[in-house]
Design a protein around this ligand. Structure first.
Ligand SMILES: [Zn+2]
Length: 95
């Protein structure tokens, strides 16, 4: 009898010890970080982030200014605007 009730208690304790699911309700957290070095923004599509080919991004930030060397980079909205602005003087991008 003692054993059974003890087992029940243990199971209950295990349930209680389970880490609480993070539920902070923080909507500002994305999953895709911006690939521009030093930038702490999120580059999720839902947050206005964009994908850029590495070469095109390197034209603006330089290879050293990028945190990733993948073929395609994710950039946040502000970085994309910066990139667009920098590219304005380059007619090749606006054909
Ligand atoms: Zn950025």
């Amino acid at each position: 009898m003692g054993f059974k009730s003890r087992a029940k208690k243990l199971k209950h304790a295990a349930d209680a010890a389970r880490p609480a699911k993070e539920d902070s309700g923080d909507d500002n957290k994305g999953v895709t970080p911006c690939d521009v070095k030093g930038c702490k923004n999120w580059a999720d599509k839902s947050m206005g982030g964009r994908r850029l080919a590495f070469d095109r991004a390197a034209d603006v930030w330089g290879e050293d200014g990028l945190a990733s060397d993948g073929r395609r980079l994710s950039v946040c909205k502000p970085c994309y605007r910066e990139w667009k602005k920098a590219k304005k003087d380059d007619p090749d991008e606006w054909s």
